[in-house]
Ligand binder design. Sequence first.
Ligand SMILES: NC(=O)c1ccc[n+]([C@@H]2O[C@H](COP(=O)([O-])OP(=O)(O)OC[C@H]3O[C@@H](n4cnc5c(N)ncnc54)[C@H](O)[C@@H]3O)[C@@H](O)[C@H]2O)c1
Ligand SMILES: [Zn+2]
Length: 375
Amino acid sequence: MTAPLRVAEPTTVRVDLGERSYDIAIGRGLLARLGTRVAALRPGAAAAIVTDETVARHHLAAAEAALAAAGARTARVIVPPGEMSKSWRMVERVCDALLAERIERRDLVIALGGGVVGDLAGFAAAVTRRGLDVVQVPTTLLAQVDSSVGGKTGINSVHGKNLVGAFHQPVLVIADTALLDTLSAREFRAGYAEVAKYGLINDAGFFGWLEANWREVFAGGAPRDHAIAVSCRAKAAIVARDERETGDRQLLNLGHTFGHAFEAAAGFSDRLLHGEAVALGMALAFAFSARLELLAAAEADRVAAHLAAVGLPTKPADIPGGIPGLDRLMELMAQDKKVKRGRLTFILARGIGRSFIASDIETSEVKAFLAEKLA
Ligand SMILES: NC(=O)c1ccc[n+]([C@@H]2O[C@H](COP(=O)([O-])OP(=O)(O)OC[C@H]3O[C@@H](n4cnc5c(N)ncnc54)[C@H](O)[C@@H]3O)[C@@H](O)[C@H]2O)c1
Ligand SMILES: [Zn+2]
């Protein structure tokens, strides 16, 4: 991860949502332009940066310097890193800090961090003064290709993950791909699962490109920026068609029904990161599609081979520290997705890039399939 730090011309992806439309700017070194982008968008606005301790250590000074250079008054709210910060307690802390800093309706909240910061800051902004505008500055690969785009914000409840939240679209997304240089290899790899997902959903050409170029994507430079831009374009297109997930947006859940069950079984812990669970889930969704004779076994093997090549888990046995039992997994899957008369909704595929929503999958079929995979 050593490509030179220079500001190349950014790629811009437009998210088309009528009056709530916004740009995603993607490029290496873009954080240096945060101030001028913000000043152009909202002249004279103050900028309240919400970030976590780890991201603050690496990138907060640069973000503040960029904003100050453009003349913006800045404030900072720093939360502990990790999923635990998606809590009511942290929402209260962020909201109170924004109010204490006199952040007004015309000012901006800058979410500088991974999906945790983006979801928390986005939700706090949505409810403070009945809605403050947010600029998302994602700092993980997962956040750059997924969570910072599309307007879903929120926190966790004792009843489950992401159960409290709001749709609150950002007014701008700035994805500085150089920020990923400080991300751990494991976190980068986990985010890569969501990149591969876009190829598997509806872009076989992109999946083939990733098979040939994934090493360069990991190394940084132009191929990384390209992969992130293609991913953002794919997400933007789906969100523009179905902002509130009543239809097509469900395709983004490819690999997530199986994945969530394993993620929950591992206790949402370091044993299995979200992206790792998604990789395992996508391999299983393709294997399951092959079992249902929707696609050839060789096609499912190709998906698993690529994910395994980059070092992602593709079999339950790849999860360190033991595999949960079949009954427990089925229980978790039923909790996650509504089961209607013994049937589950899955995203399945007729091939790479040919995914679809299957809403009438027999639980017994899934159980028989998983029993084989756990054996
Ligand atoms: N809103 C959505 O549409 C959406 C979509 C997918 C996921 N999510 C949410 O996103 C969250 C996961 O996001 P994540 O994977 O980005 O995790 P994260 O935000 O917890 O970041 C992972 C870790 O990397 C650290 N980090 C972040 N950027 C760094 C950088 N540049 N250098 C060094 N360290 C850095 C963080 O401090 C953290 O410890 C989950 O809560 C999930 O529910 C939301
Ligand atoms: Zn995901």
